[in-house]
Design a protein around this ligand. Structure first.
Ligand SMILES: [Zn+2]
Length: 460
């Protein structure tokens, strides 16, 4: 048998032979040509591409409709919860369209993971950012202009640099996909001012559709991002924020009780993949060492570790050895491990969105998983200290509001699933969920809640 073309680009330039080493005999060139004529692929063709490149046999909820909207040339605004398969929605259409899809992503680590995954799947992709060697960047730029890339990942700052814009003018862009699009809204929990300038894309490439994707956006943020990105009659998709397989548990603790709960939770999930989020680098290191000492091997992960050690920590945990990772919130973006059985927070997050995103890394395979928020009163003092450092009065007000919301979630006397769904503007059914401590689903290792204490009021 002759050598098989290994990538989609190979298939484009070499119209014979199987498209991929895992080919099941579908000539990919037929798929590509037919779609380029009509601009649309049939659901069957999309399913074939899903199997061929992603190795899955079925689309997740809304994925197919979103991909079809992109192929029909529409702008898209999609809110898909963590684990909902956002990336496929902006990656797959590029296979069926002429030109390169430009993906705007805020994090270099996230881009790197996605580009590596795409390449492994035989899809030509590249990222441009300052962490890459110059020669590699030049090569990627040449590939882009020559039409040999299906996807190009850029951070917003890089995208809007004059030389990048000039390069894109010489290339053929089939659409722009803005990932983590909530970063464009100052009402969001991760506002990034540089996202604001993405509005200029409309003037620079009026012909290219713009797609906005996010995993967590309140009603207000959703409206804001449609306006900021100047989307044109976008196809809108929102998936429910309900995660019925997650058991939400929250406790206010002191340091001793927090440690007891952590050990109890980990023993209950012995051998299973767990993420423990700690507030500071020191707490990460101490906790990982303490757990290991107590016979629960755990690895630390934080931004101050050198890159090599951090990667080893992540790779080891991904492979299941050790099964417990203690990290700061730097850990987890872009990580797609389906079988995380518990996510444990040792401090109050800054917002419900942040909590939902981090806790949502549990149970992506749909199996029952625990999300334990074991926080301490001093978290409030620390958060208040940082809130007071925010100099912009409006931003400070918004940050206070987010903090009030997460405190309300932590101290909720109503179903925690409902509190989360309502937060995202979703009406939830009012019934016992049987998957949160408020609804009586607390496991035996979680002691009865402490009596609520009077809270101090803070100057804002
Ligand atoms: Zn409940």
């Amino acid at each position: 048998m002759g050598r098989s073309p290994r990538t989609a680009a190979d298939a484009l330039v070499r119209p014979t032979g199987p498209a991929h080493s895992r080919s099941r005999g579908y000539p990919i060139v037929v798929i590509l040509c037919r779609c380029q004529n009509t601009g649309v692929a049939s659901p069957q063709e999309l399913l074939e591409a899903l199997e061929r490149y992603w190795g899955s046999s079925a689309f997740r909820l809304r994925q197919l409709e979103i991909i079809e909207a992109v192929l029909a040339g529409r702008d898209v605004a999609a809110v898909l919860p963590t684990g909902g398969g956002k990336s496929l929605c902006y990656q797959m259409p590029a296979l069926f369209l002429k030109g390169t899809a430009v993906v705007v992503s805020p994090l270099i680590a996230l881009m790197k993971d996605q580009v590596e995954q795409l390449k492994r799947r035989g899809i030509p992709a590249a990222a441009l950012n300052s962490s890459l060697p110059h020669a590699e960047q030049v090569k990627s730029q040449q590939a882009l202009v020559a039409g040999k890339l299906k996807l190009l990942y850029l951070a917003p700052e890089r995208l809007l640099r004059p030389d990048t814009l000039e390069m894109l003018r010489r290339a053929r862009v089939c659409y722009f996909a803005v990932d983590e699009a909530h970063c464009i809204s100052e009402w969001g929990h991760e506002f990034r001012p540089e996202y604001r300038q993405l509005a200029n894309l409309r003037d620079l490439h009026p012909e290219a559709p713009v797609l906005a994707f996010t995993a967590s956006a309140t009603l207000r943020v959703r409206h804001d991002l449609l306006a900021q990105l100047r989307l044109r009659d976008p196809a809108k998709f929102i998936r429910s924020f309900a995660r019925p397989n997650l058991r939400y548990l929250a406790r206010e603790t002191d340091t001793r009780e927090q440690r007891r709960l952590l050990l109890a939770a980990l023993r209950a999930h012995q051998g299973a993949s767990v993420i423990v989020y700690a507030a500071t680098v020191a707490q990460v290191e101490e906790t990982a060492a303490d757990l290991t000492e107590h016979g629960i091997p755990a690895v630390a992960y934080h931004a101050q570790m050198e890159a090599d050690r951090r990667r080893r920590a992540q790779d080891g945990w991904m492979a299941g050895s050790p099964s417990v990772l203690v990290g700061t919130i730097a850990f987890g973006m872009g990580i797609d491990k389906p079988d995380v059985r518990a996510v444990i927070h040792l401090s109050l997050p800054k917002s419900v969105e942040q909590y939902y995103q981090e806790a949502g890394r549990a149970g992506r395979d749909g199996l029952p998983s625990d999300c334990l928020l074991a926080w301490r009163p001093q978290d409030i003092g620390i958060n208040v200290y940082f809130l007071k450092q925010i100099s912009d009065p409006q931003e400070r007000r918004r940050a206070w509001r987010r903090f009030d919301e997460i405190r309300a979630f932590a101290g909720a006397t109503q179903c925690r699933h409902q509190v989360i769904c309502r937060h995202f503007g979703e009406r939830a059914r009012s019934q016992l969920c049987r998957m949160c401590d408020v609804c009586g689903a607390a496991p035996s290792w979680l002691a009865a809640p402490a009596a609520p204490r009077r809270r101090r009021a803070y100057n804002r």
